[in-house]
Design a protein around this ligand. Structure first.
Ligand SMILES: [Zn+2]
Length: 406
């Protein structure tokens, strides 16, 4: 199966490389990338898509996905914990909603159940249900007795042995990334973000066991000590890091080749905008969000300038921040963190692809064909990516999930 995109503006994951280019997809890979509209016209193709100057770009990567946080732009849930059958319906729906909105890859930041994401990832891979390529995770783990974060009750005992048990349990479950909640969470328990929930020994054990098991570690970390522990464990990704000081930033820079960073501003901005009914008090959440956005507005540009790989992903899945709105992070990066549009796009594509550890996130010969045909120019205005009607075509793994209207 070969698909030719003709006359497309091409954003390759780093920059605009053609105003009127062409891209040939053969099987599930990008076979040719050319910088003139007709350069590939001699190639055989089963399907020819006329871009007419629309933009072809890599599919986006959500680096902080919570597909089991039930709310989406299609259906809002007001309770956080759902019965298992309903949870599964919501997670399957959310995977499809992310793909509908241009996300062809997602890295899970934790699930509200242990087996649901490995099962979902397998169903997506088998073509049984639509969704992004998914790095599945399990329950977000914080140690027994630690407050402030909702967790499950499996293997959350104290000490290195309990951590090792948790890691081997995750491996057996088919999880690919574990989620360790190292800091508390102010939004749930005011003042707890500076709490450090793990010991040095526990985090070292986590790092060693995960490496041995071939699993990645994703971490919820706000303050310098928590960031230090995440790095010591060799975390694949650090979320938030809002209160990083100079020393913590230096450590993140030193680890920039192996540890990604996702500040996750989407949830903060949505918290500030939320207008909850009178019986729901969001005042401390709003205060925390104000503080975090102010801090991240300094931390993110400083780390970006020093080469840290910073990704989009914003804790979507709350009623006030539903799944499907994920592309909003790009606009927030531009408006709050000083990103040029192409830099925000690159965070959502090329850098996200590196996080996935797959040949995705670039329009490049040999890469997997995860592509979006966008009606408009996202390098001029990233906000258009929030409108799924502007996604004229969505291709994943060489197959057109959404084809242009002829
Ligand atoms: Zn999260």
């Amino acid at each position: 199966m070969r698909t030719l995109f003709r006359d497309v503006r091409i954003f390759d994951g780093i920059q605009l490389i053609a105003q009127h280019g062409a891209v040939l997809v053969d099987g599930n890979r990008i076979a040719r990338v050319a910088d003139s509209a007709d350069a590939l016209d001699g190639e055989q193709a089963d399907t020819v898509i006329e871009g007419a100057g629309r933009t072809l770009m890599p599919g986006m990567v959500e680096s902080h996905a919570h597909l089991t946080w039930a709310s989406s732009v299609e259906k809002i849930y007001h309770q956080f914990i759902l019965p298992p059958e309903e949870l599964k319906v919501a997670a399957w729906r959310n995977a499809r909603v992310l793909l509908d909105h241009g996300f062809t890859s997602a890295y899970s930041a934790g699930a509200l159940g242990d087996h649901i994401e490995p099962e979902l990832a397998a169903a997506i891979d088998a073509g049984e249900t639509p969704g992004p390529r998914l790095i599945p995770s399990t329950l977000e783990r914080s140690p027994e007795g630690a407050e402030g974060v909702e967790t499950g009750d499996v293997f959350n005992g104290r000490g290195p042995d309990a951590i090792r048990q948790f890691v081997s349990y995750c491996k057996d479950s088919g999880v690919r990334s574990l989620k360790l909640v190292i800091s508390g969470e102010d939004a749930l328990k005011p003042g707890s973000a500076k709490d450090v929930l793990y010991t040095d020994e526990e985090m070292e054990a986590a790092g060693a066991a995960a490496r041995e098991a071939g699993l990645w570690i994703a971490t919820h970390a706000y303050y310098p000590k928590a960031i230090e522990l995440a790095l010591k464990a060799g975390a694949r990704i650090i979320y938030h890091a809002s209160y990083a000081d100079q020393a913590a930033m230096d450590q993140m820079v030193a680890a920039r080749d192996s540890t990604f960073y996702a500040p996750s501003p989407g949830v903060s901005v949505a918290t500030l905008e939320a207008t909850p009914p009178p019986h729901i008090d969001m005042s401390h959440m709003k205060a925390s969000a104000t503080e975090r956005m102010a801090l991240e507005s300094k931390v993110v540009p400083a780390l970006k300038a020093r080469g840290v790989k910073i990704l989009i992903g914003g804790d979507y899945g709350f009623p006030f921040n539903p799944n499907g709105r994920n592309a909003r992070d790009l606009q927030i990066f531009v408006e709050h963190f000083g990103y040029a549009p192409a830099e925000a796009l690159s965070a959502a594509t090329k850098l996200g692809g590196e996080l996935m550890g797959l040949d995705v996130g670039q329009v490049k010969e040999g890469f997997l064909a995860d592509l979006l045909l966008v009606d408009g120019d996202p390098t001029a205005d990233v906000a258009i990516l929030q409108d799924k009607d502007k996604l004229a075509a969505i291709m994943k793994d060489g197959a057109l999930y959404k084809a242009p209207v002829a």
